[in-house]
Design a protein around this ligand. Structure first.
Ligand SMILES: *Cc1c(COP(=O)(O)O)cnc(C)c1O
Length: 493
Protein backbone atom coordinates (compact mmCIF):
# COMPACT_ATOMS: atom_id res chain seq x y z
CA UNK A 1 0.00 0.00 0.00
CA UNK A 2 1.31 3.45 -0.86
CA UNK A 3 1.87 6.03 1.84
CA UNK A 4 -0.25 9.02 2.75
CA UNK A 5 0.56 10.69 -0.56
CA UNK A 6 -0.34 7.54 -2.48
CA UNK A 7 -3.44 5.62 -3.09
CA UNK A 8 -5.35 6.50 0.02
CA UNK A 9 -5.27 10.16 -0.99
CA UNK A 10 -8.02 11.53 -3.07
CA UNK A 11 -7.02 13.39 -6.21
CA UNK A 12 -9.33 16.25 -7.08
CA UNK A 13 -10.11 17.44 -10.58
CA UNK A 14 -7.52 19.49 -12.46
CA UNK A 15 -9.82 22.54 -12.39
CA UNK A 16 -9.29 22.73 -8.63
CA UNK A 17 -5.57 23.30 -9.24
CA UNK A 18 -6.15 26.25 -11.52
CA UNK A 19 -4.45 29.49 -10.59
CA UNK A 20 -5.12 32.62 -12.70
CA UNK A 21 -2.26 33.44 -15.07
CA UNK A 22 -0.30 30.25 -14.52
CA UNK A 23 0.84 28.67 -17.77
CA UNK A 24 2.70 25.57 -18.79
CA UNK A 25 4.17 26.73 -22.06
CA UNK A 26 3.67 29.81 -24.15
CA UNK A 27 4.22 29.98 -27.89
CA UNK A 28 6.56 32.79 -29.00
CA UNK A 29 4.87 35.87 -30.46
CA UNK A 30 3.81 35.47 -34.09
CA UNK A 31 6.19 36.86 -36.68
CA UNK A 32 3.50 37.07 -39.34
CA UNK A 33 0.06 38.63 -39.25
CA UNK A 34 -2.51 36.15 -37.94
CA UNK A 35 -5.02 34.70 -40.41
CA UNK A 36 -8.62 35.42 -39.67
CA UNK A 37 -9.83 31.90 -38.95
CA UNK A 38 -13.27 33.25 -38.30
CA UNK A 39 -13.56 33.84 -41.99
CA UNK A 40 -11.93 30.68 -43.31
CA UNK A 41 -13.92 28.42 -41.00
CA UNK A 42 -17.02 30.54 -41.62
CA UNK A 43 -18.42 29.73 -38.23
CA UNK A 44 -18.80 26.05 -39.13
CA UNK A 45 -16.17 24.47 -36.96
CA UNK A 46 -15.37 27.36 -34.68
CA UNK A 47 -16.35 27.27 -31.05
CA UNK A 48 -16.40 30.17 -28.71
CA UNK A 49 -13.99 30.80 -25.88
CA UNK A 50 -13.73 27.85 -23.51
CA UNK A 51 -14.68 29.09 -20.13
CA UNK A 52 -12.55 28.36 -17.14
CA UNK A 53 -9.95 26.18 -18.77
CA UNK A 54 -7.65 25.24 -15.91
CA UNK A 55 -4.58 27.43 -15.72
CA UNK A 56 -1.82 25.14 -14.57
CA UNK A 57 1.86 24.53 -15.09
CA UNK A 58 3.30 21.58 -16.96
CA UNK A 59 4.37 19.87 -13.77
CA UNK A 60 0.87 20.36 -12.32
CA UNK A 61 -0.58 18.53 -15.30
CA UNK A 62 2.00 15.80 -15.26
CA UNK A 63 1.66 15.12 -11.55
CA UNK A 64 -2.12 15.23 -11.63
CA UNK A 65 -2.36 12.59 -14.33
CA UNK A 66 0.48 10.55 -12.93
CA UNK A 67 -1.25 10.46 -9.54
CA UNK A 68 -4.52 9.48 -11.18
CA UNK A 69 -2.73 6.67 -13.01
CA UNK A 70 -1.47 5.42 -9.65
CA UNK A 71 -5.05 4.98 -8.49
CA UNK A 72 -5.65 2.37 -11.17
CA UNK A 73 -5.26 -1.23 -10.31
CA UNK A 74 -3.79 -3.11 -13.24
CA UNK A 75 -2.46 -6.50 -14.16
CA UNK A 76 1.01 -4.93 -14.05
CA UNK A 77 0.50 -4.41 -10.34
CA UNK A 78 -0.71 -7.76 -9.10
CA UNK A 79 -3.15 -10.64 -9.46
CA UNK A 80 -6.23 -9.65 -11.42
CA UNK A 81 -8.55 -12.56 -10.80
CA UNK A 82 -11.64 -11.46 -12.80
CA UNK A 83 -13.27 -14.66 -14.02
CA UNK A 84 -14.42 -14.96 -17.64
CA UNK A 85 -12.28 -11.94 -18.53
CA UNK A 86 -8.89 -13.66 -18.63
CA UNK A 87 -6.83 -10.73 -17.39
CA UNK A 88 -3.38 -12.05 -18.14
CA UNK A 89 -0.03 -10.34 -18.21
CA UNK A 90 0.85 -8.69 -21.52
CA UNK A 91 4.47 -9.34 -22.48
CA UNK A 92 6.33 -6.12 -23.33
CA UNK A 93 7.65 -7.75 -26.48
CA UNK A 94 4.14 -7.52 -27.98
CA UNK A 95 4.06 -3.81 -27.26
CA UNK A 96 7.47 -3.25 -28.83
CA UNK A 97 6.40 -5.02 -32.00
CA UNK A 98 3.02 -3.30 -32.26
CA UNK A 99 4.83 0.05 -32.07
CA UNK A 100 7.33 -0.66 -34.84
CA UNK A 101 6.87 2.29 -37.20
CA UNK A 102 6.46 0.00 -40.21
CA UNK A 103 3.40 -1.49 -38.55
CA UNK A 104 2.07 1.33 -36.41
CA UNK A 105 2.23 4.00 -39.11
CA UNK A 106 0.58 2.13 -41.94
CA UNK A 107 -2.37 3.81 -43.54
CA UNK A 108 -5.35 1.55 -44.09
CA UNK A 109 -5.80 2.90 -47.61
CA UNK A 110 -2.26 2.10 -48.74
CA UNK A 111 -2.28 -0.07 -51.86
CA UNK A 112 -1.72 -3.80 -51.45
CA UNK A 113 1.77 -3.70 -52.99
CA UNK A 114 2.94 -1.39 -50.19
CA UNK A 115 1.56 -3.45 -47.33
CA UNK A 116 2.62 -6.96 -48.23
CA UNK A 117 4.19 -7.44 -44.80
CA UNK A 118 1.00 -6.47 -43.00
CA UNK A 119 -1.06 -8.80 -45.19
CA UNK A 120 1.41 -11.60 -44.59
CA UNK A 121 1.14 -10.98 -40.86
CA UNK A 122 -2.66 -11.22 -41.03
CA UNK A 123 -2.39 -14.35 -43.13
CA UNK A 124 0.00 -15.92 -40.61
CA UNK A 125 -2.28 -15.07 -37.72
CA UNK A 126 -5.18 -16.65 -39.55
CA UNK A 127 -3.12 -19.79 -40.18
CA UNK A 128 -2.16 -19.94 -36.50
CA UNK A 129 -5.79 -19.59 -35.41
CA UNK A 130 -6.87 -22.23 -37.93
CA UNK A 131 -4.26 -24.61 -36.50
CA UNK A 132 -5.30 -23.83 -32.91
CA UNK A 133 -9.04 -24.18 -33.48
CA UNK A 134 -9.13 -26.87 -36.15
CA UNK A 135 -11.61 -24.73 -38.10
CA UNK A 136 -11.52 -23.96 -41.84
CA UNK A 137 -11.03 -20.17 -42.04
CA UNK A 138 -10.98 -17.07 -39.86
CA UNK A 139 -12.02 -13.43 -40.24
CA UNK A 140 -9.91 -10.99 -38.24
CA UNK A 141 -12.26 -8.03 -38.58
CA UNK A 142 -14.47 -8.02 -35.48
CA UNK A 143 -13.34 -5.59 -32.80
CA UNK A 144 -14.36 -7.60 -29.73
CA UNK A 145 -15.86 -10.88 -28.59
CA UNK A 146 -19.41 -9.55 -28.69
CA UNK A 147 -18.80 -8.15 -32.16
CA UNK A 148 -17.45 -11.55 -33.21
CA UNK A 149 -20.61 -13.17 -31.88
CA UNK A 150 -22.74 -10.87 -34.01
CA UNK A 151 -20.58 -11.58 -37.05
CA UNK A 152 -20.92 -15.32 -36.42
CA UNK A 153 -24.67 -15.23 -35.96
CA UNK A 154 -25.15 -13.10 -39.07
CA UNK A 155 -23.32 -15.84 -40.98
CA UNK A 156 -25.62 -18.46 -39.43
CA UNK A 157 -28.61 -16.40 -40.50
CA UNK A 158 -27.24 -16.01 -44.03
CA UNK A 159 -26.58 -19.77 -44.27
CA UNK A 160 -30.10 -20.65 -43.09
CA UNK A 161 -31.62 -18.30 -45.66
CA UNK A 162 -29.33 -19.62 -48.34
CA UNK A 163 -30.50 -23.16 -47.62
CA UNK A 164 -34.04 -21.94 -47.90
CA UNK A 165 -34.55 -22.82 -44.29
CA UNK A 166 -35.02 -19.58 -42.39
CA UNK A 167 -35.14 -20.34 -38.69
CA UNK A 168 -35.94 -18.05 -35.84
CA UNK A 169 -34.72 -19.73 -32.63
CA UNK A 170 -31.34 -19.75 -30.94
CA UNK A 171 -30.80 -21.97 -27.91
CA UNK A 172 -28.61 -20.67 -25.08
CA UNK A 173 -27.82 -22.37 -21.76
CA UNK A 174 -28.72 -20.45 -18.60
CA UNK A 175 -25.04 -20.25 -17.62
CA UNK A 176 -24.24 -18.10 -20.68
CA UNK A 177 -22.50 -14.74 -20.77
CA UNK A 178 -24.99 -11.91 -21.32
CA UNK A 179 -23.55 -11.08 -24.70
CA UNK A 180 -24.85 -14.39 -26.15
CA UNK A 181 -28.59 -13.65 -25.85
CA UNK A 182 -27.97 -10.00 -26.75
CA UNK A 183 -26.18 -11.12 -29.92
CA UNK A 184 -28.89 -13.57 -30.92
CA UNK A 185 -31.59 -10.93 -30.55
CA UNK A 186 -29.50 -8.35 -32.40
CA UNK A 187 -29.09 -10.81 -35.27
CA UNK A 188 -32.87 -11.17 -35.45
CA UNK A 189 -33.40 -14.41 -33.55
CA UNK A 190 -35.59 -15.36 -30.64
CA UNK A 191 -33.74 -16.79 -27.64
CA UNK A 192 -34.82 -19.94 -25.83
CA UNK A 193 -32.93 -20.64 -22.61
CA UNK A 194 -31.90 -24.17 -21.69
CA UNK A 195 -31.57 -24.98 -18.00
CA UNK A 196 -28.22 -26.57 -17.09
CA UNK A 197 -27.94 -29.99 -15.46
CA UNK A 198 -27.18 -30.22 -11.74
CA UNK A 199 -23.52 -30.58 -12.74
CA UNK A 200 -23.74 -27.18 -14.46
CA UNK A 201 -23.41 -28.63 -17.97
CA UNK A 202 -25.48 -28.70 -21.12
CA UNK A 203 -28.66 -30.79 -20.78
CA UNK A 204 -28.82 -33.03 -23.87
CA UNK A 205 -32.39 -34.14 -23.15
CA UNK A 206 -33.53 -30.55 -23.10
CA UNK A 207 -31.52 -29.90 -26.28
CA UNK A 208 -33.25 -32.83 -28.03
CA UNK A 209 -36.67 -31.53 -26.98
CA UNK A 210 -35.97 -28.06 -28.30
CA UNK A 211 -34.65 -29.41 -31.59
CA UNK A 212 -37.89 -31.25 -32.33
CA UNK A 213 -39.73 -28.26 -33.77
CA UNK A 214 -37.13 -27.74 -36.53
CA UNK A 215 -36.94 -23.98 -35.92
CA UNK A 216 -33.55 -23.93 -34.19
CA UNK A 217 -30.84 -22.10 -36.14
CA UNK A 218 -28.06 -22.61 -33.61
CA UNK A 219 -26.99 -23.44 -30.10
CA UNK A 220 -24.65 -20.88 -28.56
CA UNK A 221 -22.55 -22.44 -25.84
CA UNK A 222 -19.36 -21.46 -24.04
CA UNK A 223 -16.69 -24.15 -23.81
CA UNK A 224 -15.56 -24.67 -21.11
CA UNK A 225 -18.65 -23.01 -19.75
CA UNK A 226 -18.84 -20.03 -17.46
CA UNK A 227 -18.64 -22.28 -14.40
CA UNK A 228 -15.18 -23.28 -15.62
CA UNK A 229 -16.58 -26.74 -16.36
CA UNK A 230 -15.84 -28.60 -19.59
CA UNK A 231 -18.87 -29.71 -21.62
CA UNK A 232 -18.22 -33.46 -21.81
CA UNK A 233 -20.96 -34.05 -24.38
CA UNK A 234 -20.21 -31.19 -26.74
CA UNK A 235 -19.45 -33.48 -29.71
CA UNK A 236 -22.73 -35.32 -29.16
CA UNK A 237 -24.57 -31.99 -29.01
CA UNK A 238 -22.91 -30.95 -32.28
CA UNK A 239 -24.06 -34.15 -33.97
CA UNK A 240 -27.62 -33.64 -32.72
CA UNK A 241 -27.65 -30.07 -34.05
CA UNK A 242 -26.20 -31.02 -37.43
CA UNK A 243 -28.73 -33.81 -37.81
CA UNK A 244 -31.42 -31.15 -37.52
CA UNK A 245 -29.73 -28.70 -39.85
CA UNK A 246 -28.74 -26.40 -36.99
CA UNK A 247 -25.33 -24.88 -36.23
CA UNK A 248 -23.09 -25.07 -33.18
CA UNK A 249 -21.77 -21.68 -32.05
CA UNK A 250 -18.96 -22.03 -29.54
CA UNK A 251 -18.26 -18.94 -27.48
CA UNK A 252 -14.48 -19.12 -27.42
CA UNK A 253 -13.86 -16.59 -24.65
CA UNK A 254 -12.55 -19.46 -22.52
CA UNK A 255 -10.15 -20.81 -25.10
CA UNK A 256 -7.37 -20.07 -22.61
CA UNK A 257 -8.32 -23.33 -20.89
CA UNK A 258 -7.49 -25.65 -23.79
CA UNK A 259 -5.27 -24.07 -26.41
CA UNK A 260 -3.01 -26.79 -27.81
CA UNK A 261 -4.97 -29.48 -25.97
CA UNK A 262 -8.29 -29.73 -27.82
CA UNK A 263 -9.73 -28.21 -30.97
CA UNK A 264 -13.25 -26.77 -31.22
CA UNK A 265 -13.27 -27.93 -34.85
CA UNK A 266 -12.95 -31.52 -33.64
CA UNK A 267 -15.81 -30.92 -31.20
CA UNK A 268 -18.05 -30.10 -34.15
CA UNK A 269 -18.15 -26.31 -33.88
CA UNK A 270 -19.40 -24.46 -36.96
CA UNK A 271 -18.49 -21.03 -35.75
CA UNK A 272 -16.67 -19.54 -32.79
CA UNK A 273 -15.24 -16.22 -31.80
CA UNK A 274 -11.82 -15.92 -30.23
CA UNK A 275 -11.09 -13.08 -27.85
CA UNK A 276 -7.52 -12.26 -28.83
CA UNK A 277 -7.48 -9.83 -25.92
CA UNK A 278 -8.18 -12.63 -23.47
CA UNK A 279 -6.49 -15.78 -24.72
CA UNK A 280 -3.57 -14.20 -26.53
CA UNK A 281 -2.58 -11.57 -24.02
CA UNK A 282 -3.26 -8.34 -25.83
CA UNK A 283 -4.23 -5.67 -23.27
CA UNK A 284 -7.88 -5.05 -22.54
CA UNK A 285 -10.15 -3.49 -20.00
CA UNK A 286 -12.01 -0.26 -19.85
CA UNK A 287 -13.79 -1.07 -23.09
CA UNK A 288 -11.04 -1.90 -25.51
CA UNK A 289 -9.42 -2.02 -27.88
CA UNK A 290 -9.97 -5.68 -28.52
CA UNK A 291 -10.15 -8.14 -31.35
CA UNK A 292 -12.67 -10.91 -31.77
CA UNK A 293 -11.74 -12.99 -34.82
CA UNK A 294 -14.32 -15.56 -35.88
CA UNK A 295 -13.38 -19.04 -37.00
CA UNK A 296 -15.81 -21.06 -39.10
CA UNK A 297 -16.17 -24.59 -40.38
CA UNK A 298 -16.30 -25.31 -44.11
CA UNK A 299 -20.10 -24.95 -43.96
CA UNK A 300 -19.85 -21.21 -43.29
CA UNK A 301 -16.69 -20.16 -45.17
CA UNK A 302 -18.53 -18.55 -48.08
CA UNK A 303 -20.39 -16.18 -45.72
CA UNK A 304 -17.27 -14.74 -44.07
CA UNK A 305 -16.97 -10.93 -44.15
CA UNK A 306 -14.93 -9.32 -46.92
CA UNK A 307 -12.11 -8.86 -47.46
CA UNK A 308 -10.15 -12.03 -46.71
CA UNK A 309 -6.40 -12.17 -47.17
CA UNK A 310 -5.43 -14.64 -49.89
CA UNK A 311 -2.01 -15.94 -50.76
CA UNK A 312 -0.78 -16.62 -54.27
CA UNK A 313 2.83 -17.75 -54.21
CA UNK A 314 4.78 -14.98 -52.49
CA UNK A 315 2.06 -12.38 -52.80
CA UNK A 316 -0.80 -11.51 -50.55
CA UNK A 317 -3.98 -9.89 -51.75
CA UNK A 318 -7.26 -8.76 -50.29
CA UNK A 319 -10.14 -10.66 -51.79
CA UNK A 320 -13.45 -8.85 -52.05
CA UNK A 321 -15.08 -11.12 -54.60
CA UNK A 322 -17.14 -13.32 -52.33
CA UNK A 323 -20.75 -13.17 -53.52
CA UNK A 324 -22.30 -14.80 -50.43
CA UNK A 325 -20.31 -12.78 -47.91
CA UNK A 326 -22.27 -11.00 -45.19
CA UNK A 327 -20.22 -7.94 -46.17
CA UNK A 328 -17.91 -5.84 -44.06
CA UNK A 329 -18.42 -5.76 -40.31
CA UNK A 330 -15.84 -3.10 -39.56
CA UNK A 331 -13.95 -0.29 -41.23
CA UNK A 332 -10.83 -1.59 -42.94
CA UNK A 333 -9.31 -4.79 -41.52
CA UNK A 334 -9.95 -4.85 -37.79
CA UNK A 335 -7.85 -3.58 -34.90
CA UNK A 336 -4.55 -4.29 -36.60
CA UNK A 337 -2.36 -3.50 -33.58
CA UNK A 338 -4.13 -6.20 -31.61
CA UNK A 339 -3.44 -8.68 -34.39
CA UNK A 340 0.27 -7.85 -34.20
CA UNK A 341 0.30 -8.41 -30.44
CA UNK A 342 -1.57 -11.71 -30.68
CA UNK A 343 0.71 -13.08 -33.37
CA UNK A 344 3.76 -12.01 -31.37
CA UNK A 345 2.40 -13.89 -28.37
CA UNK A 346 1.57 -17.00 -30.38
CA UNK A 347 4.90 -17.05 -32.20
CA UNK A 348 6.99 -16.40 -29.11
CA UNK A 349 5.33 -19.23 -27.16
CA UNK A 350 5.04 -21.70 -30.02
CA UNK A 351 2.96 -24.85 -29.97
CA UNK A 352 4.42 -26.28 -26.76
CA UNK A 353 4.43 -22.92 -25.02
CA UNK A 354 0.75 -22.35 -25.77
CA UNK A 355 -0.13 -25.75 -24.40
CA UNK A 356 1.93 -25.06 -21.28
CA UNK A 357 0.07 -21.74 -20.93
CA UNK A 358 -3.31 -23.51 -20.89
CA UNK A 359 -2.03 -26.10 -18.43
CA UNK A 360 -0.65 -23.34 -16.21
CA UNK A 361 -4.00 -21.54 -16.23
CA UNK A 362 -5.84 -24.71 -15.20
CA UNK A 363 -3.24 -25.55 -12.57
CA UNK A 364 -3.41 -22.07 -11.03
CA UNK A 365 -7.23 -22.09 -10.89
CA UNK A 366 -7.19 -25.46 -9.19
CA UNK A 367 -4.50 -24.34 -6.76
CA UNK A 368 -6.76 -21.50 -5.67
CA UNK A 369 -9.74 -23.84 -5.53
CA UNK A 370 -7.87 -26.18 -3.16
CA UNK A 371 -6.67 -23.28 -1.09
CA UNK A 372 -10.16 -21.85 -0.60
CA UNK A 373 -12.56 -24.76 -0.62
CA UNK A 374 -12.52 -25.13 3.16
CA UNK A 375 -13.67 -21.55 3.58
CA UNK A 376 -15.90 -20.92 0.59
CA UNK A 377 -18.75 -23.00 -0.78
CA UNK A 378 -18.45 -24.58 -4.24
CA UNK A 379 -21.92 -24.69 -5.76
CA UNK A 380 -20.80 -26.96 -8.62
CA UNK A 381 -18.14 -29.25 -7.24
CA UNK A 382 -17.25 -30.95 -10.56
CA UNK A 383 -13.71 -30.55 -11.94
CA UNK A 384 -12.64 -26.96 -12.66
CA UNK A 385 -10.63 -25.89 -15.64
CA UNK A 386 -9.21 -22.37 -15.86
CA UNK A 387 -11.59 -20.68 -13.44
CA UNK A 388 -13.40 -21.63 -10.27
CA UNK A 389 -16.77 -20.38 -9.07
CA UNK A 390 -17.49 -20.14 -5.36
CA UNK A 391 -20.54 -18.57 -3.74
CA UNK A 392 -21.11 -16.59 -0.57
CA UNK A 393 -23.59 -18.97 1.10
CA UNK A 394 -21.30 -19.72 4.08
CA UNK A 395 -20.56 -16.04 4.64
CA UNK A 396 -24.23 -15.14 4.20
CA UNK A 397 -24.88 -17.07 7.41
CA UNK A 398 -22.95 -14.21 9.12
CA UNK A 399 -24.74 -11.54 7.12
CA UNK A 400 -21.87 -10.96 4.68
CA UNK A 401 -22.48 -10.87 0.93
CA UNK A 402 -20.12 -11.47 -1.98
CA UNK A 403 -19.91 -7.73 -2.66
CA UNK A 404 -18.69 -7.15 0.93
CA UNK A 405 -15.96 -9.73 0.37
CA UNK A 406 -14.99 -7.98 -2.87
CA UNK A 407 -14.73 -4.60 -1.10
CA UNK A 408 -12.67 -6.08 1.71
CA UNK A 409 -10.25 -7.58 -0.82
CA UNK A 410 -9.42 -4.02 -1.89
CA UNK A 411 -8.06 -3.41 1.59
CA UNK A 412 -5.74 -6.37 1.09
CA UNK A 413 -4.49 -4.90 -2.19
CA UNK A 414 -6.18 -7.24 -4.65
CA UNK A 415 -8.58 -6.70 -7.48
CA UNK A 416 -11.79 -8.57 -6.68
CA UNK A 417 -12.96 -11.58 -8.66
CA UNK A 418 -15.97 -11.42 -10.98
CA UNK A 419 -19.10 -10.95 -8.91
CA UNK A 420 -22.58 -12.39 -9.29
CA UNK A 421 -21.84 -14.16 -12.57
CA UNK A 422 -22.77 -16.71 -13.87
CA UNK A 423 -26.34 -15.87 -13.05
CA UNK A 424 -27.21 -19.44 -12.07
CA UNK A 425 -24.99 -19.09 -9.00
CA UNK A 426 -26.46 -16.84 -6.34
CA UNK A 427 -23.75 -14.69 -4.76
CA UNK A 428 -21.09 -15.95 -7.16
CA UNK A 429 -17.36 -15.28 -6.70
CA UNK A 430 -15.76 -16.28 -9.95
CA UNK A 431 -11.98 -16.50 -9.82
CA UNK A 432 -9.63 -16.80 -12.79
CA UNK A 433 -5.97 -16.33 -11.89
CA UNK A 434 -4.64 -17.18 -15.42
CA UNK A 435 -1.19 -18.64 -15.96
CA UNK A 436 0.52 -15.29 -15.38
CA UNK A 437 1.06 -15.50 -11.64
CA UNK A 438 3.53 -17.50 -9.64
CA UNK A 439 2.80 -19.48 -6.53
CA UNK A 440 3.75 -16.62 -4.16
CA UNK A 441 1.07 -14.31 -5.57
CA UNK A 442 -1.51 -17.11 -5.51
CA UNK A 443 -0.61 -17.86 -1.89
CA UNK A 444 -0.97 -14.20 -0.96
CA UNK A 445 -4.42 -14.08 -2.57
CA UNK A 446 -5.50 -17.29 -0.84
CA UNK A 447 -4.25 -15.95 2.49
CA UNK A 448 -6.24 -12.72 2.02
CA UNK A 449 -9.40 -14.59 1.08
CA UNK A 450 -9.03 -16.92 4.06
CA UNK A 451 -8.42 -14.03 6.38
CA UNK A 452 -11.61 -12.41 5.07
CA UNK A 453 -13.51 -15.66 5.67
CA UNK A 454 -12.24 -15.56 9.26
CA UNK A 455 -13.33 -11.95 9.61
CA UNK A 456 -16.78 -12.93 8.31
CA UNK A 457 -17.08 -15.41 11.15
CA UNK A 458 -15.55 -13.30 13.90
CA UNK A 459 -16.25 -9.69 12.93
CA UNK A 460 -18.74 -9.52 10.05
CA UNK A 461 -19.34 -5.81 10.71
CA UNK A 462 -15.74 -5.12 9.68
CA UNK A 463 -16.22 -6.79 6.30
CA UNK A 464 -19.57 -5.09 5.69
CA UNK A 465 -17.94 -1.70 6.22
CA UNK A 466 -15.02 -2.25 3.81
CA UNK A 467 -13.11 -0.80 2.07
CA UNK A 468 -11.17 1.38 4.53
CA UNK A 469 -7.93 2.12 2.68
CA UNK A 470 -9.15 3.37 -0.70
CA UNK A 471 -9.49 7.03 -1.75
CA UNK A 472 -13.26 6.66 -1.70
CA UNK A 473 -15.22 4.30 0.50
CA UNK A 474 -18.32 2.55 -0.75
CA UNK A 475 -19.96 4.34 -3.60
CA UNK A 476 -23.65 4.52 -4.22
CA UNK A 477 -23.16 2.53 -7.41
CA UNK A 478 -26.73 2.89 -8.60
CA UNK A 479 -26.67 6.65 -8.21
CA UNK A 480 -23.23 6.86 -9.81
CA UNK A 481 -24.58 5.03 -12.87
CA UNK A 482 -27.97 6.73 -13.04
CA UNK A 483 -27.05 10.30 -12.30
CA UNK A 484 -23.36 10.67 -12.99
CA UNK A 485 -21.77 14.11 -12.77
CA UNK A 486 -19.70 14.30 -15.92
CA UNK A 487 -19.00 18.00 -16.19
CA UNK A 488 -17.19 20.28 -13.84
CA UNK A 489 -18.86 23.55 -12.97
CA UNK A 490 -17.68 26.06 -10.48
CA UNK A 491 -21.07 26.01 -8.82
CA UNK A 492 -20.91 22.26 -8.34
CA UNK A 493 -17.90 22.59 -6.04
C1 LIG B 1 -15.68 -11.67 -22.47
C2 LIG B 1 -16.72 -12.61 -22.93
C3 LIG B 1 -17.54 -12.30 -24.03
C4 LIG B 1 -17.52 -10.96 -24.74
O1 LIG B 1 -16.29 -10.57 -25.22
P1 LIG B 1 -15.88 -9.02 -25.36
O2 LIG B 1 -14.57 -9.06 -26.03
O3 LIG B 1 -15.85 -8.47 -23.98
O4 LIG B 1 -16.95 -8.37 -26.20
C5 LIG B 1 -18.45 -13.25 -24.45
N1 LIG B 1 -18.57 -14.43 -23.80
C6 LIG B 1 -17.82 -14.74 -22.73
C7 LIG B 1 -18.00 -16.08 -22.06
C8 LIG B 1 -16.88 -13.84 -22.25
O5 LIG B 1 -16.15 -14.13 -21.17
Amino acid sequence: MNGARGRARREGVIFDRSSPGRVGYQLPPLEVPPADVRQTLAGVALRGEIEELPEVSEVDVLRHFHRLSQLNYSVDEGLYPLGSCTMKYNPRLNEELARLPGLAQLHPLQPEEQVQGALELMWELEQALVAITGMARVTLQPAAGAHGELTGMLMVRAACRDRNSPRSTVLIPDSAHGTNPATAVFAGFKVVEIASTSAGTLDLHALARHLEGGDVAALMVTVPNTLGVFEPEIARAAAMLHERGAFLYIDGANLNAFVGIAQPGAMGADVMHINLHKTFSTPHGGGGPGAGPVAVSQALVEYLPVPLVERTGDRWTLSYHRPKSIGKVRGFYGNFGMLVRALAYIRSLGRDGLKAMAEGAVLNANYIRKGLEEDYHLPYPGASLHEVVFDDSRQLAHGVKNVDIAKRLLDYGFHPPTMSFPLIVHGALMIEPTESDGVEELDAFIAAMRQIARECRENPELVRGAPYTTPVRRLDEVRAARSPILRWRRSSR
